[in-house]
Design a protein around this ligand. Structure first.
Ligand code: GDP
Ligand code: MN
Length: 398
């Protein structure tokens, strides 16, 4: 689970790390409410910050330093930053930064425990910086020793006040453990003109398996943007991604689905979705088909099954039941191979009056042709045999 800056900063603040005075605004507030809210800063310079769960906002115009925030806020609100629409804006008292540090704790892939990461040169250019990150493996059960932290930080070129930065690192560890975090990052951790240490940014990723015991945090997580269809699919635990094309895809297993999508593209079509169905998911054939077909861009459907442990006849049975329930008005093309394929192909012939294709390529080419040409198939695109793949009166084949 990913979180926006203000959620991360609230966690930091709860653990005694200084963050700037701030207010959180909803972009759709009436302008009078926005004006009243920012009046609390009494004209002092502020940072106006788009709350989207992505980094690099500074370079993309999502962080604006200004003494006149109202116009910035109204401009920023509702705009897109990358894939994310800006619905919330954090306005913060500007920090007088003299030095930017990088400080983070992440789960270390090799040890499985927390790893402290530090650079004396933090800020927006951290990725291209020549200063290497200093890392330190932290204990799992106990808090790290503050003087040990201070020694490591000093060695890594941390400017004064080192002890205060070490204290922030120790608090960061507590916050990291408290939140079941995978990553808790402060970039920049600023040293101010007055010598204070302030978290100017915050990034938090929480372990997905900790949702159960992080209910309060989970409620504030920023899920990636989903379409209505994707949300409906998620209700059924189907992994579905809506795409721009017109060929609906139903295949078993993520690998075969990707292969099918690639082949669609190879033959000049465009897939309308990614959807994983198969194995146990055959019982979900009705919601799966519903989701695929509810996409108005879909003009043909390719069903591509390759049976191994998951039997083709079982999966195909689910699709046929769903097809009869939904009676979709588009042509469907079957490619069925592997365990249970003879039974499955017979079912398609018997129940839908369609002829499954001998080769996956031909099935996919036919689906592409049907989606792109509407009513006619180029004569060279499929074998004659395949042209009998007709499922209903409005089917694309003749
Ligand atoms: P990010 O680009 O998404 O990581 O957003 P940040 O919150 O890190 O902001 C980008 C950069 O803007 C920071 O690295 C700072 O250099 C700068 N910045 C942000 N807030 C302030 C502030 O209050 N004062 C000053 N001087 N700079 C700021
Ligand atoms: Mn940052």
């Amino acid at each position: 689970m990913d979180f926006t800056e203000h959620v991360a900063k609230r966690l930091l603040s709860r653990h005694g790390i200084t963050t700037p005075a701030s207010i959180l605004l909803a972009a759709d507030w009436p302008i009078t409410d926005l004006a009243r809210a920012i009046a609390t800063f009494e004209g002092r310079p502020v940072a106006v910050k788009a709350q989207v769960p992505a980094g690099g906002r500074g370079k993309a115009g999502g962080v604006v330093l200004t003494a006149d925030p109202l116009s910035t806020i109204t401009q920023m609100g509702g705009n897109k930053l990358g894939d994310h629409t800006i619905n919330q804006i954090l306005v913060e008292e500007q920090v007088d930064i003299t030095h930017e540090l990088y400080l983070a704790i992440a789960v270390d892939g090799s040890s499985g425990g927390p790893l402290l990461m530090f650079s004396s040169e933090g800020g927006v250019d951290i990725e291209s910086s020549n200063t290497p990150l200093t890392t330190m493996t932290l204990p799992i059960g106990a808090s790290p020793d503050a003087s040990e932290l201070a020694a490591v930080l000093a060695d890594a070129g941390c400017p004064q006040p080192v002890d205060e930065v070490a204290a922030v690192a120790a608090r960061l560890f507590d916050a990291f453990v408290d939140a079941d975090a995978e990553l808790l990052e402060i970039n920049p951790l600023a040293i101010t003109a007055k010598g204070n240490v302030v978290a100017v940014d915050g990034k938090l990723t929480v372990d997905d398996s900790a949702v159960g015991r992080q209910e309060k945090l989970a409620a504030q997580s920023s899920a990636p943007p989903v379409t209505g269809l994707e949300a409906k699919a998620a209700e059924h635990d189907l992994r579905f991604i809506e795409l721009d094309g017109s060929v609906g895809v139903l295949a078993n297993g993520a690998g075969l689905t990707m292969t099918t999508m690639d082949a669609i593209t190879h033959y000049g079509g465009r897939p309308a979705n990614f959807l994983e169905i198969g194995g146990d998911a055959y019982t979900l054939a009705v919601p799966a088909l519903e989701v695929v077909l509810a996409n108005p861009k879909v003009r043909s459907l390719i069903v591509n099954f390759c049976g191994a442990f998951a039997r083709c006849d079982v999966m195909t049975g689910g699709v046929i039941d769903a097809w009869k329930t939904l009676e979709p008005d588009i042509p469907v093309f079957f490619s069925i191979h592997g365990t249970g394929m003879d039974e499955a192909r017979d079912m398609v012939r018997r129940e839908l009056g369609a002829e499954p294709f001998e080769y996956m390529d031909d099935a996919i080419r036919a689906a592409v042709a049907a989606a792109t040409n509407g009513d006619s198939l180029p004569s060279d695109s499929v074998s004659n045999d395949s042209l009998s793949n007709k499922t209903n009166d409005s089917g694309a084949q003749s």
